[in-house]
Design a protein around this ligand. Structure first.
Ligand SMILES: [Ca+2]
Ligand SMILES: [Ca+2]
Ligand SMILES: [Ca+2]
Ligand SMILES: [Ca+2]
Length: 191
């Protein structure tokens, strides 16, 4: 009876792992820090607006984050990692007037590697960061507004709608992995 329970538990966790691996959320998941620049005010200064698929629009009350002139945001993938694949790997969705920005990525939130600059929505190849860092997967994205174009208040600076990893891998749930290991151990000990 207990063996049956263990087998069911293993099957359930295997299914959970399979599902989480198959359905990867490619979008950015967390705000590490946001340093607002000048002339960005509510509701345009909410960093949570960058989560999920693109949903902002020109003139919309929300749906995007305006960095402000010289503003900066550090964002994090928590259920997936950014990896280098064929062609472009990361896409930034930007709203409205062109606003110059620089974008860099990191695996540890300490060492950042630039992957390019842009003024509107643009896709980036992270291959140069892979070569410079020796890393294959990245968790953090930093976007800095370069302020050359002075968009007026209340939505100055780069207007970020969404950040999408075009090439990505899932991060296995640590809790599921630990429980799976415990279940396997229990099964082995019973034999
Ligand atoms: Ca995600
Ligand atoms: Ca690439
Ligand atoms: Ca803009
Ligand atoms: Ca958005």
């Amino acid at each position: 009876m207990k063996l049956a329970c263990v087998l069911i538990a293993i099957f359930a966790f295997s299914m959970q792992l399979t599902v989480s691996a198959a359905v990867v959320d490619p979008y950015i998941d967390n705000v590490v820090s946001y340093t607002a620049g000048t002339n960005t005010f509510a509701p345009h200064n909410n960093p949570a607006e960058v989560f999920g698929a693109p949903d902002g629009g020109i003139g919309a009350a929300g749906g995007y984050l305006s960095l402000g002139n010289n503003g900066e945001v550090i964002l994090e993938f928590t259920d997936n990692l950014l990896v280098d694949g064929t062609g472009f790997d990361l896409r930034l969705y930007e709203i409205g007037n062109p606003d110059p920005y620089a974008i860099a990525i990191s695996h540890d939130n300490i060492n950042y590697y630039p992957i390019g600059t842009g003024t509107t929505s643009k896709s980036f190849d992270i291959n140069s960061a892979v070569l410079a860092s020796g890393q294959t997967a990245f968790r953090y994205v930093k976007i800095h507004d370069n302020s050359a174009f002075q968009t007026p208040a209340p939505f100055a600076g780069t207007d970020i709608d969404s950040i999408e990893a075009l090439n990505t891998i899932p991060i296995p749930e640590p809790a599921s992995l630990a429980l799976l290991s415990l279940s396997s151990l229990a099964l082995i000990r019973r034999r």
